[in-house]
Design a protein around this ligand. Structure first.
Ligand SMILES: NC(=O)c1ccc[n+]([C@@H]2O[C@H](COP(=O)([O-])OP(=O)(O)OC[C@H]3O[C@@H](n4cnc5c(N)ncnc54)[C@H](O)[C@@H]3O)[C@@H](O)[C@H]2O)c1
Length: 314
């Protein structure tokens, strides 16, 4: 989607932080935006910040609740008549460690951080497909979906899963002219990562804090401005770029992790049956991505080595 003007975006968790950064960046591209969020206080604040702008509509929805989300999608269509860009951005901290016996906290965090992405995609991607005007899906993972956070198993598990979901969706939608991007924020100054001065009402006693907490506040003070992240997302949609990384400080760790994986592969050559199947699968994936996100007419699919009826490996 090279020209965003006039297109409609549906942004979950759009009333604060990174989602609100996307809202502002998209509005300045001339888009219409539906903000779907579950927090009334954040919605009121975002409404006040955008007062008088009739290119934005607000709907209250919990992404973990499919019925709620379906009503929000209906409201979005009633407001603007179409949805071209879906941003699966709503997320929450928490969920616990791998050995924490609190199943409830785990389930709740997974229902938002992973379930919300799945729910909104299953409801909205069919609408984008049926419109036949192209489109884009952006999923907000995290650097915790590439380099896991020590102990925060629920958060990292969901964010790795979001990345897997987005990578699979990318191949499936490419020949339909619908792009997919995955956003991997590191420290970004939002409601999730803030310095004491961002929330004076919490009256935080900085002197009593641990060294780790102090380092976290220092990172928050130097964190990315969510509006810059929103602009990076708009640019990635226009350029049809899958990976959106905003925090360079992770690069060495990512490279080291890739090297560790490479070094863990067995030395012996695989047998021909396995090679043949994986070559076919890799070729299908390459051919799907080679469509470069231009809608491929059924008659032209052969040029890409594709049969559009069988673009899934089951
Ligand atoms: N801030 C960071 O440093 C950082 C780093 C990595 C990833 N992320 C990811 O970025 C995304 C946005 O987070 P943020 O930092 O902007 O946080 P934020 O708290 O500032 O904003 C998140 C917004 O999502 C909404 N929300 C949360 N759960 C929801 C639900 N179930 N249904 C609907 N709305 C819901 C909140 O009300 C809020 O308005 C999240 O997916 C988060 O995991 C953030």
């Amino acid at each position: 989607m090279q020209d965003l003007a006039g297109k409609v975006a549906f942004i979950t968790g759009g009333a604060n932080g990174i989602g609100f950064g996307m809202v502002r960046a998209f509005l300045s591209e001339g888009m219409k935006v539906v903000v779907a969020d579950w927090n009334p206080a954040n919605i009121d604040k975002a409404k006040a910040a955008l007062a008088g702008n009739n290119a934005v509509a607000f709907v209250r929805a919990n992404v973990a609740d499919r019925g709620d989300l379906k009503s929000a999608v209906d409201e979005a269509l009633a407001a603007f008549g179409a949805i071209h860009v879906l941003c699966n951005n709503a997320g929450v901290n928490g969920g616990g460690t791998a050995d924490d016996p609190d199943f409830d906290a785990w389930d709740k965090a997974m229902a938002v951080n992973l379930g919300g992405v799945v729910n909104a995609s299953k409801l909205i991607v069919p609408i984008i497909k049926a419109q036949g005007e192209g489109g884009h899906v952006v999923c907000t993972s995290s650097m915790a979906g590439v380099v896991p956070l020590p102990g925060l198993a629920a958060y990292s598990t969901a964010k790795y899963a979001v990345r897997g979901f987005a990578e699979s969706l990318r191949m499936q939608l490419a020949p339909l002219g619908i792009g997919v991007s995955c956003l991997f924020p590191g420290a970004t100054r939002t409601g999730m990562l803030y310095a004491p001065e961002d929330k004076p009402e919490e009256a935080i006693d900085e002197a009593a804090a641990s060294d780790f907490q102090k380092a976290l506040w220092a990172a928050a003070r130097d964190a990315i401005d969510p509006l810059d992240t929103g602009r990076a997302v708009a640019e990635a949609i226009k350029a049809n770029r899958f990976y959106i990384f905003t925090n360079r400080e992770f690069l060495d760790e990512v490279i080291a992790r890739d090297r560790e994986m490479e070094a863990a592969f067995p030395e012996q050559d695989p047998p021909s049956g396995r090679v043949k199947f994986e070559t076919l699968r890799a070729e299908l994936a390459r051919n799907l991505l080679a469509t470069g996100n231009r809608a491929v007419a059924a008659d032209d699919a052969g040029d890409f080595g594709l049969d559009l009826n069988t673009t899934a490996v089951e």
